[in-house]
Write a protein that binds this ligand. Structure first.
Ligand code: 13P
Ligand code: SF4
Length: 312
């Protein structure tokens, strides 16, 4: 460990949190020790709302870059820190704003619904944002004859198109974690655990979603495990969520679905996992890396986020 790091890292983070009047927000895919030290844990929508409503001077955002950007867009007077600025997202990377602008130009009568897993620049040219927990409601908020582009997650887009019965032009992005899930392994596990429930995040491939007993955002999956009378769950999302599932349902068997290669950790998000307690401590100590954003871009990206939040 770095000689400059205190031995009681948790105590030091807590001390700095008080001194800086900081709030620590963490996504469910963070390591358990980060979730345990956080003030608030949630899915993308819950974290956006928490960032918007906080009175703290500093937001230490333990998630990925687009989430910290969203916090800054919604609460610009706060200092937003991210433990590792390189914590990106394959979905956000798959959709550069100039390319989405070209697609928009090809479909001038279409409105653009963008999944929150995208850059501020993509948000700025979108009509409305959605998350995995409100995507269906957002799509249904448009008149049935309004043609739509859905970006950047083609799996979430296809799932919502099926749920709502309205075809959409889908941007071909995918999540590098959810596309690695192995359908054969999922069926094997189900056979080995009769009565188990398959629960899946909508970023998974359509063939997996078709076989799932329940599809939802991270918080919806957690809620399903708590409320379901079943005792065994095969969990098709990033295994970070298992920490809160195990805490709230200690008597239930939770089986994380492995990726293609059982020996790799490819079902773990390498971006989310860049954040560590050490980096959190350094971020609060040095007040960097800080997420900064030009006001013009922020205001343009705020509009579609506000349109989403206005739906309730
Ligand atoms: P939710 O937590 O909003 O379901 O999103 C999952 C995800 O992949 C975040 O990057
Ligand atoms: Fe992006 Fe997938 Fe990681 Fe979520 S799990 S941050 S969608 S790469």
């Amino acid at each position: 460990m770095d000689a400059q790091l205190p031995t009681d890292l948790l105590g030091a983070i807590d001390q700095l949190r008080k001194e800086r009047n900081a709030v620590i927000l963490a996504h469910y895919y963070q390591e358990p020790d980060i979730q345990d030290v956080a003030d608030f844990i949630g899915d993308s929508l819950q974290l956006a709302r928490a960032a918007q409503g906080t009175k703290a001077d500093v937001i230490l955002f333990c998630g990925v870059h687009f989430m910290a950007e969203t916090a800054k867009i919604l609460n610009p007077t706060r200092t937003v820190l991210i433990p590792d600025m390189a914590a990106g997202c394959s979905l956000a990377d798959a959709c550069p704003a100039p390319m989405l602008a070209r697609m928009k130009a090809r479909y001038p009568d279409h409105k653009v619904v963008s999944y929150i897993n995208c850059s501020a620049a993509v948000k700025a040219i979108s009509d409305i944002i959605c998350t995995s927990s409100n995507a269906e409601r957002v799509v249904r908020s448009f008149p049935a004859d309004q043609p739509l582009i859905f970006a950047p997650d083609r799996n979430l887009g296809a799932y919502i198109a099926k749920q709502t019965g309205r075809p959409m032009q889908l941007w071909p992005g995918t999540c590098m974690v959810h596309e690695t899930f192995n359908e054969r392994k999922m069926i094997e596990l189900q056979v080995r655990h009769p009565g188990s429930k398959i629960i899946a995040h909508p970023e998974c491939e359509p063939s997996l979603l078709e076989k799932a007993d329940f599809v939802g955002s991270t918080s919806a999956l957690l809620d399903f495990v708590v409320k379901s009378p079943a005792t065994t769950f095969i969990v098709a999302t990033e295994p970070g969520i298992l920490h809160q599932m195990a805490k709230s349902s200690p008597d239930k068997l939770l089986i994380p679905l492995p990726g293609m290669d059982e020996n790799c950790a490819c079902n773990e998000c390498p971006h989310m996992k860049r954040n560590t307690l050490e980096k959190m401590y350094l971020a609060l100590r040095d007040m960097k890396p800080e997420l900064v954003m030009g006001e013009e871009l922020r205001l343009a990206a705020l509009k579609p986020l506000e349109a989403m939040l206005a739906l309730g």
